[in-house]
Each structure stands twice: as structure tokens, then as C-alpha cells.
Design a protein around this ligand. Sequence first.
Ligand code: HEM
Ligand SMILES: *[C@@H]1O[C@H](CO)[C@@H](O)[C@H](O)[C@H]1NC(C)=O
Length: 633
Amino acid sequence: MAVLLVLSAVAAIALYHLFLRYRSLARNIALAKSSGLPVVVTPWHVFSVFWLATYYIWIPLLQKLPASCKGLWLELLDPEWSYRLAHKPFEQLGADVFVVASPTRLTAFVADAEVVTQITTRRNDFPKPLEMYGRLDIYGKNLVTTEGSDWRMHRKLVAPSFGERNNELVFKETLHNTQSLLRLWTSPDTGADKTLNDAATDTMRWALYIISGAGFDVRVPWPHEENDEPGDEETRADSIFMSSKVPPGHKMNYRGALSELLHNIMWTMMGPPEYLTKSPFKIHRTVGTAVVEWGKYMDEIYQTKRKQVAEGHSAAGMDLFQALIRGSGILDEKQTAIQKSDLLGNAFVLMLAGHETTANALHFSLILLAMHWQSQKHLQDDVDKIIQGRPIEEWKYEEDFPKLFSCMPAAVMNETLRIIQPVINIPKSTAPSRPQQFTMGGQQYTMPGDTTIWLSAAIHRNPKYWGDPAHDSKSNGLRDADRFRPERWLVDAKPTEAFVDINYDDEELRGPSGEDTSSHLFKPVKGSYIPFSDGFRSCIGRRFAQVELLAAFAVFFSQYSVELAVDEWASDEEIERMLKGGKERKEIWQKAADRAQHLLRTKTASIITLQLRGCSIPIRVVKRGEERFMFDY
Ligand code: HEM
Ligand SMILES: *[C@@H]1O[C@H](CO)[C@@H](O)[C@H](O)[C@H]1NC(C)=O
């Protein structure tokens, strides 16, 4: 009897709970429909912590449902669909903005340029959903994780360092580190077969060393150059040196601490580092230690810089930390709103934002160029025309960067960031009970209040803005919008209206905004190309990243080519015996290209940025003229 009572009580509670959920779902559906946009219903909220942590277990099970139950709702349960399905769901629904209703939350997806522009320019109507950025606050609030007047304070603190005058330093630092990267990749002791199985780790190192060097005047030697004499550019009295060995008082080295932290950053949500380091799970202990270790490194840098500023030293270039300290007024006696944690918070996100994104962009560019050797050849021709055999020491930012920015190097960069956008969904929101009107194609719509809005990477593959049917692939049925074809950027631009910049009410917020174009090249419809977001909250490091990538391309492709490794299908001797440019070689190459395509499509996922997860696409770096798979026909 008692058992029965308990059971029926439990059942009643469960039913009541279901009823509540159903009621809130019904309410959310009605709210979503009031927008005038198409609505998709999902049984739960995809971007909840539980689902994000476990969806890969459930989705294969749900896929076993009978076909009649499946549909778009199931495809949209994959948090990564924006990249994988790209524009398909929008086409299925016949609209470039739609709303997903779940029992707990409304989520809107946007792939329309006109709407993107309204959202990115109406900063107060469509604020960033700050609760999503909590992980980036470990060391303190910063300009990525704040809104409103807090954001203005942080942006003013950071923006002055990103002016044009510092890009020369970024250029130099990149030339230096790209040469080191190439020495690592082409030295005889890297591996007998020279196949690079983990290029992603090396490009991460490359980007970390550039942001450390150019942004913080922190010098880190490459492991294969640890015993070399530091060059001129590295021996300024104020520079901080970080060894690749673990220094006394530390448990991880500088690079290791940050890389462990970034790889496992989601675990930092579980609790403070003191707790994590005592967890029974090794992964928690590792990430806990990494948080502590990286905090110590940043604190050491902070103390050194603080002393330098106090003694009146000033670094030669864009020392972000010195600028932060000076700008904060923290050394003055008078009270300031800015605290040490604000400085550490900003230093951390600048390291992070300035590192993963560019590293991935370089890594994916290399893979895509290895898969598209005609474009690679075209890139090399353009680099040769600009560089004309001059030694790297003679390259100049003011002269060479504008040239690199107006032909294939920029086209390759633009196209990589279009096809594999590091930040696949840019989060925005509406505030509770503050619905927002917007227009699309001459019609009015209402975004309901308390909605999460994602500016979707799918916009980069929306045929309304991208793709020329004449270039749809005949061999594999890919639409032009879905293909890597850098040459699309080189067509003569149709005359477009004059560029109008956003109207900052305070010039100090600006940073590197402004027109980002070479006037005679293809100019995407405003709002349709957003790898760096757009408007007020667009990437402050855009120019920094562009300088890095173009300088790296110039160093790399003036001397080397990148090819897909084919070890899985044929040995070097076997390839050697096959006719150069012959059918047999082409077939082997095709296998590698198909596999690369498959992995790019299925094995990329974001933690913060989109990366290959749990697999790699092996490549080889070869001296120009020694290519095995650049077919000349
Ligand atoms: C290819 C490289 C890069 C890409 C694709 C990229 C992309 C983006 C995107 C999409 C945003 C907006 C994020 C959001 O709204 O949540 C952003 C913001 C930001 N990025 Fe980048 N980024 C790159 C490189 C860099 C670099 C090199 C730095 C610094 C050295 C940097 C620093 C920042 C900062 C500080 C913000 C926040 C700006 C604000 O809210 O005021 N990024 N970036
Ligand atoms: C790269 O993209 C920008 C738009 O962000 C465009 O203005 C520029 O012309 C593009 N570069 C090239 C080489 O096409």
C-alpha cells in the first residue's frame, strides 16, 4: 500500500512536471510564432550544459527513430549544425531567419545580411548574452565578457594598442616565427618521412609565440632553437624570457599551461581551481593546475611590467600589458575604477582570442591549399611577383602588406575564413520583455524578448550572396558557395555604394575598424561576410590577424609548397616509381583529398573555435620544385 502511494506520488509529480514543461513549450511556441518567422520545435534547449556535454551519445540513438518521426528538429539538435549543414536548414524553411522553440528557451538563427547588420549596429537592442562567456572570466572581467558601460571601459583600455602603428611589429614577429616554424617542419630530424601528423599543435605554438612577442614582449624560444643565440629583435633589455623548461616554482611550462587550459576550458565551469586540483578525475586536476599555473605566469608578467612602467620604461612596440597598466591609472595614487583583475582578465582574453583563431586559420589554409593545388600555384605566383626574390630581412610592412592584401594571399585568407569560420555562431540576444522589431526584404518582424540569437556561419554559404552556378562542381556535385575557390575574391567588383563606418560616439572605442577592402576586388554584401563579426563588437584584432596570416603566407609560399601526405596509401618508393603527373599518382592523391574533405566535414567541432577534433589531416611541406602532387595539366 505504502509503495503504491509513493509510486503514485512520484508519477503525479512527474506528470505535473511534464505538464509544466508542455505548458512552457506551448507558450514559447506561441511567442516564437508571434515573430512572423518560421518556427522549429525541439524537445529541449540545445545550448544547455547537459546537452552540450552529452549530445554525441544521444544523437546516434535518436537517429534510430523511424523516418516519419525524424526531421529538421533532429538535425538542429547537433550544436555544430551551422558549419556542417550550412545553409540547408534555411532553404528547407524558406527563410534566412528562423526561431527554434524549446520548453526553456527561444533561439533564433540568422543568415540574412540585412538582419545581421541591424543586429550588429543596434548594440543596446541586441546585447551579447553574457552568461555564455563565463568561462572567459577566470582571471577577471574583460572586453569580451562585458556589455554597456563596463565594455566601454575595457574597450577604451585595450583599443589604443591596436592602432596601425603596431602592425609593423606584428609583421616582423610573424616573419621571425614563421621561419622558425618552417625550420621545425623541414629539419631532417622532424621525422624520417617528413609527414606532419600534428600540424595543428605547431600552428598553435606559432600563434602563441607571435601574440606573446608582439603583444606582450614575452619571448619564448622554439624547442629546436632553445640553444641558439637570440637574434637582435629578441634582445631588448625589457623583454621577458620564458623557457620551454619548467622554471622553479612552476609545475608546467609557459606554453603547456596555456594549452592545457584552452583544451579543457569547459571544465573550469565545474568550480574554482582549488576544488579542481583535488578532484578524483585526472582531467580536472590537470586543468585546475593549468589555471593556477597560467595565473602565476600572468602575474609574473604583470609584476615585471608594473615595475617597468613605474620606472618610466616603455617598450618599443605594442606592449599590451604596459599599455593596460598605464591606461588603467592603477599606479597613480588616486582611486581608479579599474582593478588588477581587469588587467589580468584582458591579458588573458587577448592571449586566447589572439591565438586559437589565427592558429586554426593558418592550419586550415594549409590543408585547403594542399587540397587545391591550382590555387596554391596561383598564390605562389602572386607572392613571387610581390617578393621578387628579396631576402626576408628586406620585407617591409608598409610596402609589402598592402600588396599582399590585394591579390591571392588575401583571397586565400578570405576564402579560408569564409569556408571554415573559426567562430561558427556569433552570440547575440534580446533582453527579457524587450522584443525588437527588425526588417528583412521590406517586411517587418519582431524578435521576441529573452531570445538567444546566433549570427550563423551559414551566411557564408548562402547562395543569395555567394556562389556562381557556372562554378558548381561537376565532379562531386558541390555548389560553388560550398567550395573553396579563393579566385572568387579576385573578380572585378561591381561599383558599390561608398563605405560608411559605424558611428562611434567616442573615437577611443574604435580600434582597427574602418574599411577592410581593396577597392577593385570582390566586395561582399554588407553583413554577409562576418568572420570577425561586425559593428561595435567586431574583432579588435582583425588587422593583427590579417597581418599575421599574410606575412606567414609570404614566408611559406615563397619557398615551400604544402601537399597532402599519402603514407596511408603508398610509400615514398612506390610514389617515386609512378609517373610524375600520371594517372596512378593522381588516384593516390585523390584518396587523400577525399579523406581530407570527409574529415573537414565531419570531424570539426568547436570548444571556443572550430578545430579538427580527435583526428588530423597529415601534410608535408616540400621545397618548391620538389612537389610530388602538383599536377601540371
Ligand atoms: C583569424 C583570426 C580571428 C578571428 C576569425 C576572430 C574573430 C572574432 C569574432 C567573431 C569576434 C566577435 C566575438 C563575439 O561577438 O563573441 C571577435 C572579437 C574579439 N577578438 Fe577576434 N578574431 C581573430 C583574431 C584576433 C586577434 C589576433 C586578437 C587579439 C590580438 C583578437 C581579439 C579579439 C577581441 C579582444 C574581441 C572582443 C572585442 C569586443 O567585444 O570589443 N582576435 N574576434
Ligand atoms: C577580403 O575581404 C574583404 C571584406 O572583408 C574585401 O573587402 C577584400 O577585397 C577581400 N580581399 C580580397 C583579396 O579579395
